[in-house]
Design a protein around this ligand. Structure first.
Ligand code: DX5
Ligand code: ZN
Length: 213
């Protein structure tokens, strides 16, 4: 199981030391939540901040675009050596084009689904994407409660991926904690995003370890 702490829950007045702390604590990626105040009712940070963070860590960047027009961010994300980029299927009319736009820049392309969005929206595209991000809260804010029906959705997605005979990681984001981590693993998740359950704890290494089921 890979762990991607979400920087959204960190102390923004000391981003560099927060990053160091989770890097030393054994994080596999750093999850970076970009919000535009339109697709989701909140604003966070954008490419200028992410670009500055590149100087503070060698952790791979996992950027989650909760925005309309996610294509506008791709040149900037490529320039700061982003490893994975996910965008929301609900925000983009030309999903196939967007996936190629990401992959042609040498980044892994993922599609994010809101809790209420059906898996059928990615059925055609599944064979060509690099990962899927299942939202287990309504996106926009950290610290929300895990939505239980996400577990069944992850299990069904996992079965479809197996049927395809492909290895497409399932990333889960929202309300992840040490109690639901074993259930998420059993359902087929392989990357857990965790904001409050890592940055909300004093000992980040122990918090990451507790999630790595
Ligand atoms: C929510 C973001 C998440 C958020 C998760 O819209 O996409 O990545 O930071 O935070 P927790 O783990 O606190 O639910
Ligand atoms: Zn996220």
């Amino acid at each position: 199981m890979k762990i991607a702490p979400s920087l959204l829950a960190s102390d923004f007045s000391k981003l560099a030391s927060e990053l160091k702390d989770i890097e030393q604590g054994g994080a596999d990626y750093i999850h970076l939540d970009v919000m535009d105040g339109h697709f989701v009712p909140n604003l966070s940070f954008g490419v200028p901040v992410i670009s500055s963070l590149r100087k503070c860590t060698s952790l791979p960047f996992d950027v989650h675009l909760m925005t309309y027009h996610p294509e506008a961010y791709l040149d900037g994300l490529e320039a700061c050596h982003t490893h994975m980029v996910s965008f929301h299927v609900e925000a983009v009319p030309h999903v196939d084009r967007m996936i190629h736009n990401i992959q042609d820049r040498g980044m892994k392309a993922g599609i994010a689904l809101n809790p209420g969005t059906s898996l059928s929206t990615i059925e055609e595209i599944l064979p060509i994407i690099d990962f899927v991000l299942i939202m287990s809260v309504n996106p926009g804010f950290g610290g929300q409660k895990f939505i239980p029906y996400s577990l069944d959705k992850i299990a069904r997605l996992s079965a479809s991926i197996r049927k395809l005979g492909k290895d497409i990681p399932i990333e889960v984001d929202g309300g992840v904690n040490k109690d639901n981590a074993p259930l998420l693993k059993k359902a087929g998740a392989s990357i857990l995003v965790a904001g409050s359950s890592v940055f909300g704890k004093e000992d980040r290494a122990a918090a990451i370890k507790a999630l790595r089921v």
